[in-house]
Write a protein that binds this ligand. Structure first.
Ligand code: SAM
Length: 250
């Protein structure tokens, strides 16, 4: 499902100058400010349009209701899973979070436990990623993500560049999961994680390449390899949540 990690080295690691930084975090010289303002404005206008299109695509999607249905169906079947709690990012908050980790053109994004896919579509719509993956274990949420993707693509048109988004139904922490070797940007809502899920994420993070970035929620993610870039409480679909952004070192 994924490309070799070597193909997704960040341009700055290769000394490559063909970098397309996010508009909010791109350093600009004072002299270049006026000539760049038209480009910056059109980028921010495109972001505003995409966020409006995302809101339209998700207008009919109630991830919380789907998660309740899923849980009821599982219980009826005698299945009780720990750590399967639903919550959903707001696209605007996630757009802000992504600026903290400065996505670079050609990078690969993963949401581990992607629910209805909002973070995946937000990342793919706002940044020129090579690929954006969402892995969700609950089938109803996965199906809703596929439907939201179709709705979003119909509204957004070619700018989403179909094919860059892959939504999978399965266990993000399976032994053969490819994200630890291929991800540049990893998002994981760790708010309700059990110790077992946290340990599985830690094992994956230990294999991430130097320079990859990780966003988690609610509790800090302690690891000698991680440097905190930023932490901040942001509005969530319901209430607000602490987001933590890290960069992976040696
Ligand atoms: C709190 S929700 C976050 C959804 C999405 N990331 C967002 O922020 O909009 C966490 C999701 O992780 C999913 N999940 C839990 N364990 C998982 C696993 N092992 N593999 C894939 N998905 C998992 C749950 O079903 C749930 O939809």
């Amino acid at each position: 499902m994924s490309d070799p990690a070597s193909r997704h080295k960040r341009p700055r690691d290769r000394g490559d100058s063909a970098v397309a930084p996010s508009s909010a975090s791109a350093p600009r010289s004072a002299g270049a400010a006026s000539s760049c303002s038209a480009v910056a404005k059109s980028t921010s206008e495109r972001h505003t349009d995409s966020l409006a299109h995302l809101a339209a695509a998700y207008a009919a999607v109630d991830g919380y209701a789907l998660a309740r249905e899923e849980k009821a169906a599982q219980r009826a079947a005698g299945v009780f899973r720990d750590g399967i709690q639903y919550g959903e990012v707001s696209a605007a908050s996630f757009a802000r979070c992504l600026e903290w980790v400065t996505p670079v053109a050609g990078e690969v994004f993963y949401d581990l436990g992607s629910g209805t896919g909002k973070a995946v579509l937000t990342a793919a719509a706002l940044h020129p990623l090579a690929a954006a993956y969402g892995i969700e274990i609950q089938p109803r949420l996965h199906e809703a993500a596929l439907a939201a993707r179709r709705a979003f693509e119909a509204i957004e048109g070619a700018s989403l560049r179909a094919g860059r988004v892959t939504l999978q139904c399965g266990d993000a922490f399976a032994e053969d999961a490819a994200w630890p070797e291929t991800a540049d940007l990893v998002f994981c809502t760790t708010t309700c994680f059990t110790p077992e899920l946290r340990a599985a994420l830690e094992r994956g993070v230990a294999r991430l390449r130097v320079g990859a970035r990780l966003i988690v929620t609610t509790q800090p993610f302690e690891s000698p390899r991680l440097t905190l870039l930023r932490r901040e409480a942001l509005p969530y679909a319901k209430g607000s949540l602490q987001f933590f952004a890290y960069e992976v070192g040696k």
